[in-house]
Design a protein around this ligand. Structure first.
Ligand code: GDP
Length: 527
């Protein structure tokens, strides 16, 4: 690459921020996303925004399920520009019934925004998603939403972050009053008050002050809230954590912002601070060491495969996170797993029903690649090098079903469907040893419904699913004893690669088995 090109590359990488919003359903993720997009004016939407509110966006036939249930099955990517930055938001399904897809999407993010309902605090799904982010050690920014409603005491909320999630916090601003009496927030860094006016806040009214003891603060807050505010801020100054950028970077300390997404209050302040503090595209681990985004050779990996986004096309789209180098349409890259050169001629992003062709893209960006069936989850593409990325976590399924075909004559199509759907990574398949029954394992209930629907819609096969009581799958390795000789009270099955897996109905059963066979390894994932 010439010096000019390297400079350009550097500039493009440094202006990018790629993040995911993690939250529990109803915390306001759709609302917050919409407001963020408004600030930037979305330039591209890859995939679908939630079916519920954005039915105008691309939907596929099997996504009927999400329309019917008002939820989003798949994750998508949105891109916008704001004050010299290019922002990529990775959407993660908001419903409780999420899948491994949700987790995988998080691997494509460089940071996360944790959205919390001020009345509800840390909820179940936020906790699960947080733990995945924590494992990766990415920075986490917190937005406490719905301050226009009666919520929990802000100190209690911070306490909860610490107790439930184990993360320290640094409030960037602090609420003055709450609910009907919400007056606004005091910005600790800028020493200013942003006034809440209960409307759409096209312009936020900001009062610059000398500090929280400024009489103007008292005037705005009123006597009652003022005393509380001063007490709170003093306590934070004295006993609160210090702002430490290193800890923010490693995900040990989360900057916290208060606001109300629906009123567009606190969103812009959040966005501006976030863009300043959030990491630019980070290096990724590979078989060839860490790959720096500035590396001039193009590399990337596929973190998600989605079928039939457009009902008119029976193709799949593979979502690729660019890790290094510049992507140009038509470029030839190496498909590392199969060891072949391929041409990336039809990369796309999505805007409404129209496919929008990407001409160039940089590290941190996500592109959708037309996939005639050549990609698998985790596949790496690379310009000239044999690097493979090791980013995709796999998760142990928690829900299981026995699956049978209603019409035995359809067995071939059934097998084909199962093969393809397991390749997409949304379900895992096992076979029982003696009877060769097929058992499916998933992370979220919805995957069963999607499976059933797609088998019918795409392969013309009616399947019958019968829920089983298992809760855990463990891959067994024992140097001395053949696992099929294990005498334990649980179901022994084999996975696609003929590894032995035991399905347990309870934690108790699992622990007893571990005690009985102390020399065996019980792995949460395939070895
Ligand atoms: P999601 O499920 O996380 O995507 O949540 P939504 O964005 O769909 O919001 C859930 C509900 O909360 C909707 O009825 C929103 O109008 C409402 N909501 C979102 N933000 C706020 C807020 O700041 N204040 C109040 N009072 N309601 C909000």
């Amino acid at each position: 690459m010439s010096k000019n090109m390297l400079d350009k590359m550097r500039e493009e990488v440094l202006k990018r921020r790629t993040f995911a919003i993690i939250s529990h359903p109803d915390a306001g993720k759709t609302t917050l996303t919409e407001k963020l997009l408004l600030f930037g004016g979305a330039i591209r939407l890859a995939g679908t925004v939630k079916g519920r509110k954005a039915s105008k966006h691309a939907t596929s036939d099997w996504m009927e399920i999400e329309k019917q249930r008002g939820i989003s099955v798949t994750s998508s990517v949105m891109q916008f520009d704001y004050e010299g930055h290019r922002v990529n938001i990775l959407d993660t399904p908001g419903h409780q019934d999420f899948s491994e897809d949700t987790y995988r999407t998080l691997t494509a993010a460089d940071s996360a925004v944790m959205l919390i309902d001020s009345a509800k605090g840390v909820e179940a799904q936020t906790k699960k998603l947080f733990q995945v982010c924590r494992k990766r050690g990415i920075p986490i920014f917190t937005f406490i939403n719905k301050m226009d409603r009666e919520g929990q005491n802000p100190f209690e909320l911070l306490e909860e972050l610490e107790q439930v999630l184990g993360i320290r916090s640094y409030p960037m601003n602090w609420p003055i009053g709450s609910g009907k009496q919400f007056r606004g927030v005091y910005d600790r860094k800028m020493t200013q008050v942003e006034l809440f006016q209960g409307d759409d806040h096209k312009e936020i009214q900001v009062e610059k002050v000398e500090g929280y003891e400024d009489p103007l603060v008292k005037k705005i807050a009123g006597e009652f809230f003022y005393d509380q505010l001063v007490q709170d801020l003093e306590l934070l100054d004295v006993a609160g954590d210090e702002f430490d950028m290193e800890k923010v970077r490693s995900g040990e300390l989360t900057p916290v912002f208060f606001g109300s997404a629906i009123n567009n209050f606190g969103v812009q302040t959040f966005l501006e601070n976030f863009l300043e503090l959030a990491p630019t595209p980070t290096p990724r681990r590979s078989t060839d060491g860490e790959i720096d985004p500035m590396d001039d050779k193009f590399t990337g990996y596929i973190f998600k495969i989605q079928a039939n986004m457009n009902p008119a096309h029976r193709d799949r789209i593979a979502f690729l996170r660019i890790c290094s180098g510049k992507f140009e349409r038509g470029m030839a890259v190496k498909h590392v797993r199969v060891g072949k050169e391929i041409k990336l001629a039809q990369p796309q992003q999505f805007l409404a029903q129209d496919r929008d062709i990407v001409e160039e893209a940089y590290p941190g960006d996500i592109i959708g690649l037309f996939d005639p069936g050549i990609f698998r989850l985790g596949d790496s593409l690379s310009q000239g090098r044999n690097v493979e990325f090791d980013e995709l976590p796999t998760f142990s399924p928690e829900l299981f079903c026995k699956v049978t075909v209603k019409n035995a004559l359809k067995h071939k199509q059934f097998q084909k469907g199962v093969d393809q759907l397991t390749e997409e990574g949304t379900i895992q398949v096992y076979r029982t040893i003696g009877f060769d029954d097929m058992i499916l394992g998933v992370v979220g209930q919805l995957q069963f419904e999607v499976f059933e629907y797609r088998m019918k819609a795409e392969y013309g096969v009616d399947v019958q699913l019968q829920r089983l009581n298992f809760q855990f799958a463990r891959w067994i390795i024992d140097e001395n004893v053949d696992p099929s000789k294990f005498r334990i009270n649980s179901q022994l099955v084999k996975d696609k690669k003929d590894n032995y897996v035991v399905l347990f109905e309870s934690e108790y059963a699992m622990r007893s088995a571990m005690e009985k066979y102390p020399n065996a390894k019980f792995l949460e994932q395939a070895p």
